[in-house]
Design a protein around this ligand. Sequence first.
Ligand SMILES: NC(=O)c1ccc[n+]([C@@H]2O[C@H](COP(=O)([O-])OP(=O)(O)OC[C@H]3O[C@@H](n4cnc5c(N)ncnc54)[C@H](O)[C@@H]3O)[C@@H](O)[C@H]2O)c1
Ligand SMILES: CC(C)=CCC/C(C)=C/C=C/C(C)=C/C=C/C(C)=C/C=C/C=C(C)/C=C/C=C(C)/C=C/C=C(\C)CCC=C(C)C
Length: 615
Amino acid sequence: MAMLLLHLHPSSSPSLTCLPSSQSLRIPTQKSNQFCSWRPGFCKQSIFRISCKGSLTTRKKATEISAKASAAEKQGTYAMEISEEAAAAEKEGKYDAIVIGAGIGGLVAATQLAIRGARVLVLEKYLIPGGSSGYYERDGFTFDVGSSVMFGFGEKGSLNLMTRSLEAVGKLVDLIPDPTTVHYHMPNSISIRVHRDYEHFICELTEKFPHEKEGIGKFYGECWKVHNALISLELKSLEEPLYLLEQFVRNPIACLTLAFYYPQNAGDIARKYIKDQNLLNFIDAECFLISTVRAYRTPMINASMVLCERHAGGINYPVGGVGSIAKQLVAGLLERGGGIKYKANVRKIILRDGKAVGVRLSNGTEIFSKKVISNATRWDTFENLLDQDAVPEDEKKFQKLYKKGLSFLSIHLGVNADVLPEGTDCHHLVLEDDWDRMEDPYGTIFLSIPTVLDSSLCPAGQHILHIFTASSMDDWQGLPREEYIAKKERIANVIIERLEKTLFPGLQKAITFREVGTPRTHKRYLSRTDGTYGPIPTGRPLGLLGMPFNKTDLEGLYCVGDSCFPGQGVIAVTFSGVMCAHRVATDLGLERQSVVLDKGYQKLLSWIRGLALNY
Ligand SMILES: NC(=O)c1ccc[n+]([C@@H]2O[C@H](COP(=O)([O-])OP(=O)(O)OC[C@H]3O[C@@H](n4cnc5c(N)ncnc54)[C@H](O)[C@@H]3O)[C@@H](O)[C@H]2O)c1
Ligand SMILES: CC(C)=CCC/C(C)=C/C=C/C(C)=C/C=C/C(C)=C/C=C/C=C(C)/C=C/C=C(C)/C=C/C=C(\C)CCC=C(C)C
């Protein structure tokens, strides 16, 4: 099949290279959310590349660093990558910021600070960067550790945060546009594809629920209203009052729209327009994919961002796998004077006079800095990296409002290619016969087949199937080794049999490689307490109102990642990284700040979060 590979000259403008002209997206605006009949014309096998501002020399240097890193990784010596500037800063004890963890949240925070001139060091416990968005290699397969559904590589507006974060450090990745975000296989034989083309998707949904045509238009139309407001703002830290004021003055309608939807949940809005219970369950599944809870517990802003961005910017898969994003961010960080140390397990955040001033590693090394940013979950940060008497009151509020979401059982398979029917989509969500099982452990099955888009990830004639389903740590704790292994295989067999029945007859026999991970695996390799996928609200939340930003009540300590605003998801933690860096840069004096305004605003934010607690 013909491949179209578009390379941009480094000096060209910092926008995404073109999608095929046949794929012009028609996106409803605030004024019009009408949709008309769908026109085919998507070129599935095209690759495009995000452009970069970096000079040829910078890019050459990046290639050299990446090559050096890969060579070191192969030799098992991938333990430290540090620029001269970072090494000097360490000697002098002059880091501006230490970032604990090289997940996407941590790396975006680090790179965004480095481009502002801050001296940054990232400390990662594992051997490679990326955390949940990392990768691993086995027998010729490159597996994504977690989700392969990537938002944020879009072309327009401000939600192309992944593109921008890479571009900021002069990096680029080749992308393959995914024509279908997800193919749902739901109870009552509901099979729906979320096509990249919005009209095509809406036509398919309306065909299944013709009596709800108006409700469908109104619900998704309201999502576009929020999305249009989001893309019109410059996205920076919402806990920085000068920036927020500026946005209100420049774009009052968008800000008021977002303020209006801020405390609302998608389920309540869907119920205003839609009555059909099957369709409401489908909307629940749409939200479950984003938040691992149903629509009535999913903030409207988050739902709108995902339900629209998949059509606006689309879902695009990075060539070589999701791991290439983190690798590029690290290369960019090093070129901007930052450093990263692998196998660097932070055991404690050092406090002096109630202020975070550095970290102590498991080997006893102490490293000091002006600010400490934790990309570990809030539970890990406040329960493990700090002594209990240091946990501030605001953190206790968070723990009342949010609990740890379930972890996952994940099955990575290599299969003979002929087991997949022609035209199989990349991502699937399977819940065969009972809507009520959606949120249960082993209820909903997520499946990604990234090799449908990028065949370089596996040996010829094969495909990767990455299957995952919610699972609780309680199910796996305290089992003797043999029982643990047998249980893993037993539960994996049940899940594979379900997929064999629903999607791929002959699947069991077509398997050439199989590896099963449990919540224990997630905990061990991702250092996430109980292997949790991320925070979920304990009750019915007031939209995003209770979700904390980055600054904590401990001076000098910031959090970044999925237990901060706006929550779970790679694009969400990318935004968290952007916000965190802006806020830290302000406190370091690298961005404008009004001390008086700031004090009052922090009090206001704490009061607002209190409203969510009392709700
Ligand atoms: N779990 C999954 O299956 C999965 C897969 C893909 C993407 N995601 C998304 O990614 C999001 C998480 O991204 P993120 O950036 O918040 O975090 P992350 O969990 O991806 O990364 C955190 C990093 O911090 C490191 N770390 C933790 N404690 C440490 C310590 N004490 N010392 C040194 N390093 C330490 C971990 O090794 C990890 O690399 C999730 O919300 C999810 O939506 C999850
Ligand atoms: C007062 C105040 C503070 C304020 C005022 C008002 C305003 C101005 C506001 C504003 C706001 C804003 C800006 C916001 C923003 C937001 C955002 C950006 C958000 C985002 C989000 C995102 C998300 C959530 C995402 C997610 C995703 C996910 C999770 C994904 C996942 C996936 C998966 C799992 C896949 C699987 C599947 C299959 C396989 C099928």
